[in-house]
Write a protein of this length. Sequence first.
Length: 318
Amino acid sequence: MKRSKLLFLLLLLVLLLSSTAAAHAEGGARIALSGAADLTWTCGEPWHDPGFAAFDVNGKDRRRDVAIEGAVIPWRPGDYELRYVLTEGDVPLAETARRVHVEAQTLPETVQPPKGTICLTFDDGPCEYTEEALEVLAKYGVKATFFVVANQTKYLHLLPKILEQGHTLGIHCYDHRSYGWLYEKEQNYFTDLMTAQEIVHDYTGQYAHVVRFPGGSRTASFLAATFPGGYEELYDVMRDAGVRVYDWNVQPESGTKTTEGTFIDFSHPREPYEYAVVLQHDARLFSVKALDSMIRWALQEGYTFAALDETFPEVHFY
């Protein structure tokens, strides 16, 4: 990451020097875009303007006096235009434009997993108990999915380890504190999602393709209500942004806050598991402590385990 930033700074320096010479040669103010004037951006990836250089007639750096008009919505496919305007007071000195095409992602088709597949999922990490969960999973060679809260800076160093051990990293959110703010409007939720995606990418070099709403899709009903097409439209927007959404259909922590109770709930299903997406929290020690017994029981019963990815059918309450 440091090497790429250094390369970017060197390229920007070259651009600044060449732009200075051009400004003197042309005898006028000038804005020079870094990167292409016509740009294609992948939907669902956090937007970063490639940058620009700006000089007045004397070759003085005037980037601080450039206003950028317009915006790119990186989770919405479409065509956007940004205008870069250099002014002196109220007098425009130079302007240019960049056109950005945000291109929807195409996810692979889903495939129904074999009957008896259990997908263990953990919300609210990484945290002080995540490594213990990873140790138990490694003991049995079981792969799982971790829906992370990306503002937990103390434990973000565990993100690469989760991937290295063959698990899936998913996004829970950046900030779990306020459902009211998060689901109030589209801008709030997707800004949070883009922030979390950027952090995951910074630590691992890749973006997540599986997501779980904080509180599940029931709680996200307030967000769905802001879309004319409701949940169906919301899920389509998520898929365009390269992610599938997963609720759960097994909740062994429900009604208990004990290790024994979690194991008992998990090991006594009303019907044999077919495609089970199990909700646990690596932030709850009692649940992590139940993991060893849960895995041993499931293997003895002939179940198999798998980590979610974007080829697994989505599981929704709505």
